[in-house]
Design a protein around this ligand. Structure first.
Ligand code: PMP
Length: 362
């Protein structure tokens, strides 16, 4: 097709294949969502919503609510239908993109779409932040650009301590980069970096309503940035782009943040339980996590994935990522869902052992 830029025709698909399963632990969603009384209230508000009218140009009312909630000037807040869309806007604005490897795939995906120069510095042994490598990359680049750092980190679940991140924030400022701290999972970790970013024009924070808030289906995320960066990103977002029903759902959630604290507490407790139980698995290695998912190294990711799916449990393979050979990623669900996952995981271990026994008898 000659009408299309050739590099786009050659791009691989986004690495996600939808599969049906009873227990869905593949997208790091919250197993809880809005509590029933808030759902009822949302239904009433939706009924009164004039859907024949456009929403606000850039969700201005919601921007004010988020600014109040976060203690951030409204002029520096941008809301998008999913933080993915804000990432796309940031990459569109960037002269180049710096990332770590592995990382959240969307930064590279959009850079490839747009033909934006992209570089990723591999994490150090034990999923440690490669501070030296990143300092060199920030300094050596021909021009500054946008540096994305997901913290807590995905897909490993690691948490980079603020002191080490701070070194990179200072270097980003020194070399005139915009460093974006992607805090999609910050509620599940011991601290957040928003305070460091306030009043610092070379830092921005990206957050989402898709994880701890349990609103992945509503599609909403936001950027906290300097007025200047926010203005550019806002320009790059489609006008009237945040649907009115989404605005209602998020506004309602922001009025009742207590339900999030409760859900996060349950998920954190379950994460520790599943982590400890999985440590006894004879052939899988589980990594510590500061998110709502666990990264697990298995001898064969395809076999683990299919074996779990046969038992009604959908997880996400990560073994296509260099350095994550054999890895799967499992979202923390409800206690019942997690029990089903653990049971299936240990059944697979038993099967594996029986298979080995049978093979050695041959
Ligand atoms: N950042 C990170 C680190 C993520 O893991 C995700 C979702 N998996 C996103 C951003 C995008 O979230 P959303 O578009 O749902 O806001």
């Amino acid at each position: 097709m000659k009408a299309i830029k050739p590099h786009l025709l050659a791009l691989p698909d986004y690495p996600y294949t939808a599969r049906q399963a009873l227990i869905k632990l593949d997208q790091n969603e919250s197993p809880y969502g809005l509590p029933p009384e808030l759902k009822a209230e949302l239904a009433a508000r939706l009924e009164a919503l004039p859907l024949n009218r456009y929403p606000e140009m850039h969700a201005e009312r919601l921007v004010e609510r988020i600014a109040d909630f976060e203690g951030w000037p409204a002029s520096g807040v941008v809301v998008g239908p999913g933080s993915n869309t804000l990432i796309a806007a940031l990459v569109t604005a960037a002269l180049r993109v710096l990332d770590v490897q592995p990382s959240f795939v969307h930064y590279k995906h959009v850079a490839d779409l747009l033909g934006t120069p992209y570089r990723a510095v591999p994490l150090e042994e034990g999923f440690k932040l490669p501070v030296e490598g990143l300092l060199a990359a920030l300094e050596e680049a021909e021009t500054p650009g946008v540096f994305f750092l997901p913290n807590p980190h995905t897909p490993t679940g690691a948490f980079f301590v603020p002191e080490r991140v701070q070194v990179l924030c200072e270097a980003a400022a020194r070399h005139d980069w915009l460093m974006v701290l992607d805090e999609a999972y910050y509620q599940f970790a011991p601290s957040d970096l928003k305070r460091q970013a306030l009043g610092q024009p070379h830092l921005a924070v990206l957050r989402t309503f898709s994880k701890a808030w349990g609103l992945a289906g509503a599609r909403a995320g936001y950027l906290l940035a300097s007025d200047e960066a926010a203005r550019v990103v806002r320009h790059l977002m489609p006008p009237f782009g945040v649907p009115a029903p989404t605005v209602l759902a998020v506004e309602l959630a922001l009025e009742h943040p207590g339900y999030v604290t409760e859900a996060v507490e349950k998920v954190r407790r379950e994460r520790e339980r599943v982590y400890l139980e999985l440590k006894a698995h004879p052939s899988w290695t589980v990594y510590p996590s500061h998110t709502n998912f666990l990264l697990v190294r298995t001898p064969d990711a395809a076999a683990a994935f299919e074996g779990l799916l046969k038992r009604g449990i959908l997880v996400r393979r990560q073994d296509h990522i260099p350095g994550l050979e054999g890895a799967i990623r499992v979202t923390i669900g409800t206690p019942v869902e997690n029990d089903a996952f653990l049971q299936a995981a240990f059944e697979l271990a038993k099967e594996e052992k029986e298979g080995e026994g049978a093979a050695s008898e041959d």
